[in-house]
Design a protein around this ligand. Structure first.
Ligand SMILES: *Cc1c(COP(=O)(O)O)cnc(C)c1O
Length: 382
């Protein structure tokens, strides 16, 4: 329902259910009201009161000393890496599937001169401790960069929104400490992990020296990430934010939305997780699609297009789009779907029920369009 009312892209086109990402979430009515009414100051010259409040509140939630509001998760991660690796010739260890490694243009290398060293992610989003340890370079050997940082991601998005446990994070923290390294957590979806595991965010990130916390994913704020860490770390981070062009003036307009997000949106993430399970089970019942249900812990679903399907993932996503259901192709044979607060259980039922319609429609058209019959992939679930 919310998707219809709030989706600008669906005007005149009927019902749209947008499973592409939780980044498509638009600010709630309460956020817009808070944004309209908030008192603002120049947060570069002075301190904007709601930016200050957002930073302090997020830092407290994460059990850290201080916070810094930045425009994006990418900037939060970049600043964290560059502060931890401020000595030239430093190296960061991170997962092959990490957002920082895959989706941030290698900013740590191209902008910061930091060498990224990747270790394979296990299907559950972790990395083997033995492989992490083997990747650490600490010898004073002129051939080698010096490792100064390990990055984790929680939830691990490309592994399926998998939750990284507090115990595993502690173990990586211990390893890092034993070699004098720092630990950064890309916590773009840390609240999803916290809700799914029933563990406070503070506990999940206790071993970390810094965490970036996105407000514009499932939390629904229009913009922003809060980077948290020690006060000393945040002083350096603030300087770097300015150099990167992320110092913002009446930033309180955006902080106000973030504060409403922290207040209203964290607890309801369990609804997204429940809807993701229903959607995943429905998709898994479709011949030609396979969802490994064990991987669906939070709000991200990866459906594999199997050899039983007459259509490729690209073709399936195109057909779905004609019926107002938006998803993303992922790799050669996967489709990614993400639930969020615009998607209700009724939207999930709608998305699942239209397979039948799709089947009829495509069968009718198939002789003229030459398209392979979609019935094979759609005939089971309704
Ligand atoms: C979305 C995301 C980010 C940052 O994204 P921005 O679009 O730069 O805000 C970082 N890490 C993960 C895991 C993400 O999902």
């Amino acid at each position: 329902m919310g998707s219809i009312e709030n989706g600008a892209s669906n005007i005149g086109k009927g019902r749209i259910v947008d499973f592409r990402s939780d980044t498509v979430t638009k600010p709630t009515a309460a956020m817009r009201e808070a944004m309209a009414n908030v008192e603002v100051e120049d947060d570069v010259l002075d301190v904007d009161p709601s930016v200050d409040q957002l930073q302090k509140q997020t830092a407290k939630l994460m059990g850290k000393e201080a916070g810094l509001f930045v425009p994006s998760g990418t900037m939060g991660n970049l600043i964290a890496v560059l502060v931890h690796c401020e000595v030239r010739g430093s190296e960061t260890i991170l997962g092959t599937e990490s957002h920082i490694s895959v989706y941030e243009q290698g900013g740590m290398a191209t902008l910061g001169g930091v060498h990224p060293r990747t270790v394979p992610n296990n299907p559950d989003g972790t990395m083997e401790l033995s492989k992490l340890e083997a990747a650490i370079r600490y010898e004073l050997d002129d051939h080698l960069p010096i490792t100064r940082l390990i990055c984790l991601e929680n939830t691990q998005a490309r592994c399926g929104g998998r939750c990284i446990s507090a115990e595993y994070t502690d173990a990586v923290g211990e390893l890092a400490k034993s070699y004098g390294l720092q630990l950064h957590i890309d916590g773009a979806r840390i609240f999803n992990a916290s809700i799914a595991l029933g563990v406070t965010p503070e506990r999940l990130v206790r071993a970390a020296d810094s965490v970036s916390v996105c407000l514009s994913k499932g939390i629904g704020a229009p913009v922003g990430t809060v980077l948290v860490g020690t006060s000393e770390f945040i002083i350096k981070a603030r300087r770097l934010r300015k150099a990167l062009g992320g110092g913002m003036r009446q930033f309180g307009i955006l902080a106000a939305a973030g504060l409403v997000g922290l207040r209203d949106m964290v607890g309801r993430l369990e609804v997204d997780h429940a809807n993701a399970r229903i959607m995943a089970e429905g998709l898994n019942a479709v011949k030609g699609l396979h969802v490994n249900m064990a991987l669906v812990e939070t709000n991200i679903i990866y459906a594999e297009v199997t050899s039983d399907s007459a259509l490729t993932n690209t073709e399936i996503v195109e057909v779905w789009k004609e019926y107002g259901v938006l998803a993303m192709i992922y790799g050669r044979n996967m489709i990614r779907l993400v639930t969020h607060y615009h998607i209700t259980e009724d939207d999930v039922s709608f998305a699942l029920s239209f397979f039948k319609t799709t089947s009829l429609q495509t069968s009718r058209n198939s002789s003229t369009s030459g398209r392979k019959n979609i019935a094979e992939i759609v005939d089971v679930c309704c």
